[in-house]
Structure formats: C-alpha cells, structure tokens
Design a protein around this ligand. Structure first.
Ligand code: FE2
Ligand code: FE2
Length: 439
C-alpha cells in the first residue's frame, strides 16, 4: 500500500500533467491513477484555478492558431501573429492569452498590436485583422511567481484528504493550551566549523517534528479542550526571492520550492500530533518579518488541507496582530518587531474593547528576539490594569551572520495552559536536547 506522501506526490504529478494538457489515458498510463480519482482531480484543478483568478494562465500546450512566428533566443523571444478583428487582442493581457504565453517561463516586456485590412479571396471583400507582436524576457527561475507554485501544490493536495484522528475523553475540560511553533528559520544554514553547530533543512525539520512531539506529550495530561498552535515567526527564514520581506538579502537554502513543501509537510505532522491530545486545534498563522508572503501561502495551503476537518481551524487573516480569548484571558499575538512594548496595552484596549473590558488576565505573546522572557507591565498601584509580555524561545540554529555578531540562544519551545476562569496555570518548556543539537 502506498504511503499518504506517495499518494500526494502522484496526485501532484497528475495535476501537472493535466495542466500540461495530456489526455486522461496518457495520464493514467504515466501515473497509474484510477479513472474516478483522475476525474476528481480534474475537478479539483478547475476549482483551484478558479480560486486563484489573478494567477497567470496554465503553461502552453501548443502554439495558438494565428501565431506565425516564434523567434526564441537564449533569454528572450519575439512572437508575432495575426487574428481576425472580432477577437480584438489589443491589450497585453489579451495578447498573452491569445498567444498562449507560459507566464511561469516568460515575462512580457513590450506588446504591440496594429489593426489593418486584408483582402478576402475571390473578391469577397475586406477583412479587419490584428497584427500582434510580443517581446518576451525569460524569467529568472529563482524568481518564479509563488502563486503559480501554490496553485500547483493546492491542486495536488485537493485530491487528497487530511486523515481523521481518534479522540477519547477530551470533551468538556476547562483548559486551553497555546503551543508555539518555535521560530524555526527552516532555510537557515549553519556550518559547525564557523558557528559551532550544523543547521540545515533536514536538521531543522527533524528538530521541529521531535520538539513538537515532546511538547504535545507535556500538554497531554491537561486534556485541553482547545489548543492554539501559533505557527509562523520567521518559520521559513526568507521569501522565495532569497531576501526578507523588506528586501534584505538572506543566505541559506535557496531551493525555495523544496523548502516550501517541507514546511507544509512538517506543519501537518505537528498539527496532527496536537489533534491527538486536544479536542480541537486552532492554527494561528503569525508571520515574522522575514517571510510574510511565504507564511501567508502556508496558511492557505493548510486551510485547503484541513478544509473537511471539523476539529481544525486555520486563522490566516493578514492583520498585524491576532487575538485569542479563553474565558478570562485575552492574548495578543504579534511577531514583536514593530510595536513598542509600552503600546500593547492601549492597542488591546482599542482593537478589542469588549474582550479587554471583560477579561481579568491580559497577555502579549511575541517572538523575534529568539529568547525566552517574561515581564509584568503594570502601574505600582493597579496590578489588574497590567499585562504580561511574554517572549518565546526559538528552535533555530545559528548561521555565520549570527555567529559573527555574537548572537546565540538555547534552542527551545514554549507552551502555556489556561484555566477558563483562573487564567494561566502552567508554562511548559520542552527543551531540545543539546546532545542532538551539537551531534
Ligand atoms: Fe527570527
Ligand atoms: Fe523576526
């Protein structure tokens, strides 16, 4: 029997062949996929394309009728063609569609169209024709539009299903848990000779999966009715173009499609682990300053993966701060690189006035510094007007830049348990074994 990963890979490959325009018997021969599964996949690809209406069109299958010249050089191409006037491809978008340009490979630098009159054969009068010319530049493969990649991945996944999880004796507890993902920086690279420890895609992914299994084991005795999995905080390390979101060049693993998929895989592993110990899991996507776009796409990927699971909700709103309330506790989630710490209490009061007024306990959960720390901020007279500012640990290793600057941290995770009426009752810190980090 094939593993779920193999099934997903087959579907992803079949989705690509659909996009390439192969017939059903050809796809079945290449993949071994059943006729009914293939039909479901075709429907899913159609739905995924409709969801991403702004994404570029699918790769070309054959030159469009009317294209009579495709002059291709190493990094450029000039396409010319003619079409009857009623088609009217007079703006660049229509011309790209008419010429079936694969926008994953080409960028349109310039587009020209002219209307002219041609003579019909046998004196049958004149016909209006558009003459079309497109100047194309080959795309840098390292700078492919992430929407295209996401569409393919989602299409591949839409034919598959998240697995169901058996739960027993979890309903009705008074507890909620907040589990942090641990600011992974999945694509970061460190070499022990330079930094004192090795860190790469495989090490990061293994560390993430092990640490979350341990964190789930620590939370299990509380039988939380709900578990918030805060996922993000520079999870990927950078954007697909090899920079932070703001454009600062980043080192690290540049195979971004591989990193993106691996991030999706280990997120699903961690979420399914938490589903086993909690009544329901709320995945709170909390992007960092390095990889806002990649993390948003991860949130959409996970929402598609768990769309039929009633015990999983993915919160992927683009707001800079996200709130969570459990009984008497209100928590503001942010990455923590933008706001002043002294402003959080006022932000909570203005952005969430009803919950702010009703909750006795307020907390702010932040990442970014890769250090665990907690401070109470309140006036000397009024503790009940105060807030706990909680910084989270990171699972990430060091790269050369951090080593040169002298920055370092102890790899770890933080999770918290809240009683519905009594607020925070536990802070759990499942340390990653240093023997594994420095092996
Ligand atoms: Fe970070
Ligand atoms: Fe950060």
């Amino acid at each position: 029997m094939r593993s779920p990963q193999e099934v997903a890979n087959t579907r992803r490959y079949a989705a690509k062949l659909i996009a390439d325009g192969l017939t059903s018997p050809q796809i079945q021969r290449k993949t071994g996929i059943s006729r009914s599964s293939l039909q479901r996949l075709r429907d899913a690809v159609k739905r995924a394309s409709a969801l991403l209406t702004t994404a570029p069109s699918a790769p070309e299958a054959a030159p469009a009728p009317g294209i009579h010249s495709w002059d291709e050089r190493k990094n450029s191409a000039i396409v010319t063609g003619t079409v009857a006037a009623e088609r009217e491809p007079h703006n660049p978008e229509e011309m790209v569609e008419f010429a079936r340009i694969d926008l994953t490979k080409w960028e349109v630098e310039r587009a020209i169209s002219n209307l002219w009159h041609g003579q019909r054969p046998k004196d049958a009068g004149t016909i209006q024709l558009w003459h079309v010319k497109l100047y194309l530049k080959r795309r840098d493969p390292a700078n492919v539009d992430i929407r295209v990649q996401t569409r393919e991945v989602i299409a591949g996944m839409m034919g598959a299903r998240a697995r169901s999880i058996k739960k027993s004796g979890l309903a009705g507890s008074m507890f909620a848990a907040v589990a942090n993902s641990g600011e992974l920086h999945l694509a970061k690279k460190g070499w022990a000779a330079e930094t004192g420890e090795n860190y790469d895609l495989k090490i990061a992914a293994d560390r993430f999966v092990r640490a979350h299994a341990e964190q789930a084991a620590l939370l299990k005795p509380y039988q939380p009715e709900e578990l918030v999995f805060r996922l993000g905080d520079d999870f990927y390390h950078g954007e697909a173009r090899g920079t932070t979101t703001a454009g600062t060049p980043m080192g690290g693993d540049t195979r971004w499609p591989k990193v993106y998929r691996e991030g999706g895989r280990i997120s699903v592993v961690a979420i399914d682990t938490y589903r086993q110990i909690a009544g329901r899991v709320r995945v709170l996507i909390n992007p960092g300053n390095h990889d806002k776009e990649q993390t948003f796409c991860l949130g959409e990927y996970l929402a598609a993966w768990y769309r039929d699971c009633r015990d999983v909700e993915v919160v992927n709103e683009p707001a800079p701060r996200k709130y969570y309330r459990w009984g008497q506790t209100l928590i503001l989630n942010a990455h923590g690189n933008e706001e002043k710490e002294s402003s959080y209490l006022a932000l909570m009061a203005s952005e969430c006035p009803k919950d702010f007024g009703e909750c006795a306990y307020k907390e702010v959960h932040l990442g970014h510094l890769h250090k665990q720390g907690m401070k109470h901020m309140h006036s000397t007279q009024n503790e009940d007007l105060g807030v706990i500012i909680q910084r989270m640990s990171s699972l990430s290793g060091k790269d050369l830049w951090h080593a040169q600057k002298g920055y370092g941290s102890v790899p770890g995770l933080d999770s918290f348990v809240y009683h519905r009426e009594g607020g925070r009752i536990a802070h759990l810190t499942p340390r990653v074994l240093l023997s594994e980090v420095r092996a």
